[in-house]
Structure formats: C-alpha cells, structure tokens
Design a protein around this ligand. Structure first.
Ligand SMILES: Nc1ncnc2c1ncn2[C@@H]1O[C@H](COP(=O)(O)OP(=O)(O)OP(=O)(O)O)[C@@H](O)[C@H]1O
Length: 432
C-alpha cells in the first residue's frame, strides 16, 4: 500500500541495507545495480519513486535522473550523494530531482523522504486517472463506479433507457444508488435541461400538491422540469389523492398554468422507491393503474453485499474523493482496513460505505486505525460539515429548511458554511 521504490546503487551492501529498510517499511522495492538495469523499470505509470546513487560506473545517477524526467517529469527521483556531491545534487534539484539524501543515510530519514515522494506520486497518478476517465467516458462511465457485472449492466441499462425516452421506475434498497442512476439517465438524455427532484417521502399531502402543481410561491415541479426530467423519489409514500392527479398528468402530458391555461409538457418522469409497490397495491396504499403507468421500464439496483468485488475499490475511490473534498491526506489503506469491510453486510449500501470512507479520512474510523492522527477540532469540523451537507441534500439546497432542521439561526448557518467551505450550489436543484 505504501507504493513502489526503484532502488539503484552499484554497491551491493548499500543496496541490501537500504533495500531492507524500505522492505521493512512496507514498500515494494525493485533493486538495480546500474543505469542499464534500472531504465527498463522506468515508465509513465510507475507507481512510486526512484532512489538512486549519484556515483556509479558507466552512466551515473544524474543521467538516470535525466532519463526518468524525460519519461515522466512527475516521477520523483531521490539522489543518494556522497560528501563531495552535495553542490551538484542541489543543482540537480533545479533539473527536477525530488530530493537528495546524504550517505550514510539514517533509515528514518530515508523512509520519510520516500513516503513523501510516494504520496505525491500517488496523487499525480490519481489525478491523471481521473482526468482520463472524465475525458473518456460518458456520464454512466464517469459517475457509476464499480467493475462488477451488475454495475456494468446498470451502466448499459441507463444508456438504453436514456436513448428510449420512456418513463422509468428505479427500485432498490436504501443507498443503492437510485438517485445517482436517475441523474445519470438525465445527463445522458437531456443534459443542460432541468432536473427537478421531489422527495414524496418528506412532504405532507398538501406540500406534494403544491410542489407538483404550483402555488402562489411559484410554478410546480412539472412546469419547472419541462424539457428535462422530473424525479419522484420515494414515490411509494405519495398520498392517494395525489396519485390520482399524478396519473392524470402522466396520461395527458399537460398541466394548467397559474392563469388556468393548459400547458403541454415535454419531460421524462423517473420514479424511485425502496418499497415493494406491488405489496402497497395489495394493501390499498398505492394505485394499481399508477404503478402500471410508472413501471414502463424498470431498473433494479443490487445491494452492495450482492457484489462484494465492488466494496474495496469503491471504498478506495470514496477515500480519495473525501481527501480531495476535505483537503486531508488520504491515509494509506492496509489489508487490515479492507478485511472488515468485506465481512460487513452493508444494510445502508453504498451510502453507508461512503460515510465510512469519510470517517476514515478524518480519523473517525470505527477500527480506530486512524485515531489520534487528527486534532479534535478537525474531526468536529468534519462531523459538522457532514450534518450540514446531509440537511442541504435532503432539502434540495433550501437554506431555510436546512436551518430549521438543524435549529440554527440563518447567520450562524452561513458563518459555518463559509468556514467549512461548503458549496451551496452543489445542493440546489436545477430548475428548482
Ligand atoms: N455505483 C456507484 N458509484 C459511485 N457512487 C455511488 C454508486 N452507488 C451509489 N453511490 C453513491 O452513494 C450515495 C447514495 O446513493 P443514492 O443517494 O443514489 O442512493 P438511493 O438509492 O437514492 O438512496 P435512498 O433510497 O436512501 O434515497 C450517493 O452519494 C451516491 O453518489
């Protein structure tokens, strides 16, 4: 997990001693006795750093530095210098050397410098991979992570559904990615158009009516989503009388505006539920005709525990993302961290895994592996930020609703948003 080191020194005893120190510190060490032996290992995706002696018979360490920087200017090269070589080594820093170490080098210093170099290297490679993914893939590829067959099938399903224009029902347990799948379908089919999300589970009957059809406060979600996508989350919680009204709009594809004039709608409706709608129909809590109308195309999301091969890669991706978001370093992940993830059954699915990654990055991991590496105020900031962001997400970015839920005066809320670097825009519903 600590990364690779290409260790180059012509003197075997030095190579052995330094190599052993690095082995013990957990690095994956490749040893080379000369420039010629070393060059074959240099590549643009080498996942670590080079530690090379300066003085070697034949081509020396400076020539290896030149070759490494021409292969990849971001590959860290650490020079091992004798006493007389320091002025040259200092000049070599200007030519792109990462650092230099004077021989004999204390093990602790060697490990520190290599750890720093490899952290920088990991970030470089991650950024490159992210940029490549962003440049290469469509929204399904960019946003839906996971190499399991179920996730490949989900990406395909989103593409097919997007191309079809049909209304969609997304089913799956909490945190499996229903909201994400809806946004991906929208992005693939109607990018740059409004995406309006209504969470039927959070609203009273009267609020559902006003949110969907409008009120004195403004036009309803149908009109706001016109041209784009209306996402009805937790549709199983919709009150029965609103189900009738919804069915009517879905069939007629028109609503009346505030002046009572009929307006034709061009939008896709995506509904989502974690409930068994058929069972709700049997219970008399959901209309069979509405279910039939919503369920034109169905996308089912698998539980995380049913695709265990995705758990560790997703956790890594979320740790890296949390590190970028919080400006904390991503702590190294060892097998000790990954094993408990695989034995857990993840009732909260991907959301739970993502929250666990957030806690891991700030040292609140339940294994205690990172305990003590962050100060108390850093940890409290993260908890505060998570609670505020969750409230904003729940209320579609509406500050007054988030303040009410968190019982915070508006000014205090804005002070915290500023201090914690929360971007309110991220939570505002487009078109909403
Ligand atoms: N395959 C995936 N790749 C990347 N992120 C994912 C994936 N699946 C889910 N997520 C992330 O997990 C979190 C939960 O997903 P989401 O909100 O879409 O779940 P949900 O099924 O709508 O949950 P709920 O039913 O509780 O509303 C989000 O942060 C989402 O981006």
């Amino acid at each position: 997990m600590s990364g690779a080191v290409l260790l180059v020194d012509d003197e075997k005893p030095v190579r052995d001693a330094l190599g052993q120190t690095l082995d013990l510190a957990g690095f994956d060490v490749t040893r080379a006795g000369s420039f010629i032996e070393a060059v074959d290992h240099l590549s643009r995706d080498f996942a670590g750093c080079v530690v090379t002696d300066v003085r070697m018979p034949g081509k020396d360490g400076f020539e290896l530095l030149a070759r490494a920087t021409s292969t990849d200017p971001d590959l860290p090269v650490i020079l091992l210098t004798g006493e007389g070589d320091i002025p040259m080594a200092v000049r070599a820093m200007a030519d792109g050397a990462y650092d230099f170490l004077e021989k004999p080098c204390p093990p602790r210093r060697l490990v520190d410098v290599v750890t720093r170099a490899n952290t920088a290297r990991r970030l470089t490679l991650e950024n490159r991979a992210l940029k490549a993914r962003l440049a290469a893939g469509d929204a399904a590829e960019r946003l839906i992570l996971g190499a399991s067959p179920q996730m490949a099938a989900l990406r395909d399903a989103c593409r097919r559904v997007a191309a079809s224009g049909a209304d969609v029902l997304i089913t799956g347990a909490t945190g499996t990615g229903k909201d994400l799948a809806a946004r991906v379908i929208h992005q693939l089919a109607r990018p740059n158009q409004p995406f309006v999300a209504v969470n039927c589970g959070l609203l009273t009957a009267d609020m559902v009516r006003r949110t969907l059809f409008g009120s004195d406060a403004g036009p309803g979600a149908f009109l706001r989503a016109d041209g784009g996508t209306l996402f009805l989350d937790e549709v199983g919680a919709m009150p029965l009388d609103q189900q009738v009204a919804l069915l009517h709009v879905l069939e007629e594809r028109q609503v009346t505006d505030r002046d009572g004039r009929p307006q034709r709608l061009d939008l896709r409706v995506i509904s989502a539920t974690h409930e068994d709608l058929q069972a709700l129909v049997a219970d008399g809590r959901f209309r069979a005709d509405l279910l039939y109308r919503l369920d034109v195309v169905r996308v089912e999301l698998p539980r995380l525990a049913d695709r265990p091969e995705d758990i560790a890669p997703l956790f890594r991706a979320f740790v890296e993302e949390a590190a970028r978001r919080t400006a904390f370093d991503a702590p190294p992940l060892s097998a000790d961290h990954v094993a408990p993830l695989l034995s857990h059954d993840w009732p909260g699915n991907v959301r739970e895994l993502r929250n666990r990654a957030d806690r891991f990055v700030v040292g609140l991991d339940p294994s205690g592996a990172q305990e003590g590496t962050r100060g108390l105020s850093d940890r409290l900031d993260l908890v505060e930020r998570a609670l505020i962001e969750e409230a904003l997400a729940r209320h579609g970015g509406q500050v007054s609703a988030a303040c009410a839920e968190l019982q915070l005066p508006r000014k205090t809320f804005y002070d915290k948003v500023k201090r914690l670097g929360i971007q309110l825009d991220r939570f505002r519903q487009r078109g909403g």
